[in-house]
Design a protein around this ligand. Structure first.
Ligand SMILES: Cc1ncc(COP(=O)(O)O)c(C=O)c1O
Length: 430
């Protein structure tokens, strides 16, 4: 599309947007009584207006039924982990058997690594991107230590080439090949939280498998943001959280994917609990763990219905909007943001966009590396009502979310950014 740098054009795009009605389905934050420009759905998604009624339904069933709600609530609690399967499977490109909502992301990462990181004396290395989200780094480090492996020796962290901000797939493949005889696990943030890079899941998975390793992905910044085909791409496992693009609320329930090929493998070691035990005799309280087939067999504890209800409210919106339509708008919305940023006079003096220029290699987030006065400009943005995200030492992450952000908001954001940087430049010069 040939974009134009004008408010009129932005409004035209909004008018033609087939998803425009979805914005009304969300509560838009008002801080200090003022409407905000919310570009932080990559950190915490907005609250769907339908969330309250789904929560109220469970609260009222609990109030009126007590423990009987497990069987007689309008959504019987006993089966609650099943209600999200179809939509989650659609979002990650999986079969319903391969996905389950449970726990929090890092807990799921540990559960998955317990099964899929089984180092031996010769094959023990983990390959990941350098600068992975801290919680993932701690999980890798502690898993290595659990197996008495020195993290310095066992963890291979891949950095972009000097002067570059994102990893080249060819460099990832080369590293996998270089370590192939010692490699146990390849694990990447599918969309990197800092740079916004969307890695080539298919190619990385094939390379990891060629090397004899298992391959997993952290989908925290990918689910609900980019199209995924985990089953087809033969990924072994994946984990995600639901409070970002899935809008399930702070600390909302996370999820996991386990490929069907592992569904009935009794040799896979795992940490077990009663909710992963086969449902046909889960309540017999017998000795001997028999896992449910598929991802359900990795559940440990019983299902948190209250956060699960918030999750269902948001997943319904994804069903209604359709991930294909969401992605289509997302590519346009983020493309417009990129176009406007690059239309700023002398923009390369002020900032550089870290995130890949190819829309196939990014989601909705653009990470803007500020060359000067970054924190001051960010503070000015916040003062003007822009909720974006600051990452030390010098990056502003902006995520226009197609379900609730508009082209006009993107236009206004860039206008505010221009004003904030101009003013600072003038005050610096005086
Ligand atoms: C990429 C990534 N991994 C892990 C986490 C931590 O997730 P949790 O606190 O749900 O375990 C986050 C949280 O933002 C994240 O962005």
């Amino acid at each position: 599309m040939n974009f134009e740098n004008s408010l009129n054009f932005a409004r035209k795009l909004d008018k033609a947007d087939p998803l425009k009605s979805f914005r009304k389905k969300f509560h838009l934050p008002r801080i200090g009584g003022k409407q905000t420009f919310y570009f932080t759905g990559n950190s915490l998604g907005l609250q769907p207006k339908s969330t309250k009624s789904l929560l109220n339904q469970e609260l009222s069933d609990w109030a009126t039924l007590g423990v009987e709600g497990h069987f007689h609530a309008r959504h019987p609690w006993l089966y609650y982990h099943k209600y999200s399967k179809k939509t989650l499977a659609g979002l990650v490109g999986a079969k319903p058997l391969e996905v389950v909502a449970m726990n929090q992301l890092t807990v799921n990462l540990h559960l998955m690594m317990t099964s899929f990181y089984r180092p031996t004396s010769s094959r023990y290395k983990i390959i990941s991107e350098a600068g992975a989200f801290s919680s993932d780094q701690y999980a890798f480090e502690s898993q290595l230590k659990l197996h008495n492996i020195n993290p310095q020796e066992g963890l291979i962290e891949l950095k972009p080439r000097p002067g570059e901000h994102t990893l080249r797939t060819e460099d990832i493949l080369r590293a996998i090949d270089e370590h192939r005889d010692q490699l146990a696990l390849v694990i990447f943030g599918a969309v990197q939280y800092y740079s916004g890079q969307f890695f080539d899941i298919k190619t990385i998975t094939e390379a990891g498998h060629r090397a004899g390793a298992n391959v997993g992905f952290d989908l925290a910044h990918a689910i609900g943001n980019v199209p995924l085909s985990l089953h087809k791409h033969n990924v072994d496992f994946a984990v995600w959280c639901s409070y970002k693009y899935l809008n399930s609320g702070p600390g909302g329930i996370a999820g996991a994917f386990v490929h069907e090929k592992h569904a009935n493998n009794p040799d896979l070691k795992r940490l077990a609990g009663w909710w992963g035990h086969h449902e046909k005799d889960r309540f017999q309280m017998k000795k001997g763990f028999i896992p449910m087939p598929g991802a359900d067999g990795w559940q440990v504890s019983n299902f948190p219905v209250i956060s699960g209800a918030a999750h269902l409210a948001s997943l319904q919106i994804f069903e209604d909007a359709g991930m294909k339509n969401i992605r289509k708008k997302s590519v346009l919305l983020t493309g417009y943001l990129e176009f406007l940023l690059q239309s700023i006079e002398n923009h390369d003096k002020h900032f550089v966009i870290l995130t890949n220029a190819n829309p196939q290699e990014r989601g909705c987030q653009l990470s803007i590396l500020m060359k000067q006065n970054g924190k001051k400009i960010f503070n000015k943005l916040m003062k003007a009502g822009v909720i974006a995200d600051w990452r030390e030492p010098d990056v502003i992450r902006v995520a226009p979310v197609p379900l609730y952000n508009t082209f006009e908001e993107v236009f206004q954001f860039v206008e505010i950014l221009k004003k904030a940087s101009d003013r600072l430049e003038r005050s610096d010069a005086s």
